[in-house]
Write a protein that binds this ligand. Structure first.
Ligand SMILES: C[S@@+](CC[C@H](N)C(=O)[O-])C[C@H]1O[C@@H](n2cnc3c(N)ncnc32)[C@H](O)[C@@H]1O
Length: 268
């Protein structure tokens, strides 16, 4: 099996476990292996507040959609309007889908896309129990093909997911494909960046799932967005994170600073 397939399997295994764990696997628990820029083990609610969710945000969504897996809070930066068509990539249990759905209301629509079956099930159950009519969750691998039509989306949001894809440029090109043209469509994405990327040969699958080994430097991240065809690229927020100590001799200086950014860009 190729390294890429192994990573994809591991992602689905790890995030599947989190989806089934009913909140008992917090983001930073060692067995969870999920994304966080904080070193401290906290509850999903506390973890979400740390990365920018307000208590109002958290009260407004199904509580079972809050898993503490994000590294920012992209929706408020997206300045969503009633009627907007929104896509959330790597939607997990749906937290950002539900926050967005409350704003775009019945005239709009929010589509969550995720690769992990158990996450999709949890998100769909959340939508059903809480009577959301304007949301939908689709299965897809966002770096292969986002299951959404060309030129059809007002805003693409995503929270701590693109770093988990191997080919970031391909992922950003897919995002570009589905957004409406002529300066209408935009992306607003929170994600993890690093002070030092890891060579392919020494990638650790667990660290990749934990949003460490797949992270790009900020410059390379912004460059991938630009190469995919986006314009007016702007960093809206930056949060310093923790420092990862590496045992592997090949990793320069044996430490990497992990931080998170929220970035906006437009499709012309
Ligand atoms: C760190 S979690 C973030 C979940 C959600 N955005 C949140 O903030 O709660 C990453 C999510 O991305 C999904 N994911 C990872 N790689 C993916 C891919 N290539 N395509 C679609 N979803 C992916 C995982 O299944 C998981 O649900």
């Amino acid at each position: 099996m190729s390294k890429q397939s192994k990573i994809k399997n591991k992602i689905q295994e790890q995030y599947g476990k989190i989806a089934l764990a009913d909140g008992s696997l917090s983001c930073c628990s060692s067995s969870a292996g999920c994304c966080s820029t904080s070193e401290t083990v906290v509850s999903p609610i506390e973890s979400s507040k740390t990365v920018g969710y307000s208590q109002n945000n958290l009260n407004s969504v199904p509580q079972s959609s809050i898993l503490g897996l994000g590294c920012g809070n992209p929706s408020p930066f997206a300045l969503l309007k009633e009627g907007d068509i929104v896509v959330d990539l790597g939607s997990g249990a749906g937290i950002d889908v539900f926050i967005s759905a409350n704003i775009v209301k019945d005239k709009g629509r929010v589509i969550g896309v995720d690769i992990t079956d158990a996450m999709l099930e949890r998100a769909r159950k959340n939508a059903e129990i809480h009577g959301y009519q304007n949301v939908e969750f689709r299965k897809g691998d966002i770096e292969e093909k986002i299951p959404v039509d060309d030129n059809s989306v007002d805003v693409v949001i995503s929270n701590c997911v693109i770093n988990l894809t191997e080919n970031k440029l391909k992922t950003f090109k897919e995002i570009h494909r589905i957004l409406k043209p002529n300066g209408v469509g935009k992306l607003v994405i929170s994600d993890v960046v690093t002070s030092g990327e890891v060579e392919k040969e020494i990638i650790d699958e667990g660290n990749w799932c934990g949003c460490i080994d797949g992270a790009l430097t900020k410059d390379n991240y912004l460059d991938s967005i630009k190469k995919a065809g986006f314009t007016y690229i702007e960093i809206l927020e930056e949060r310093p994170g923790n420092v990862v100590k590496d045992d592997n001799e090949s990793i320069d200086k044996h430490t990497r600073k992990i931080s998170s950014i929220t970035v906006k860009a437009f499709k012309n």
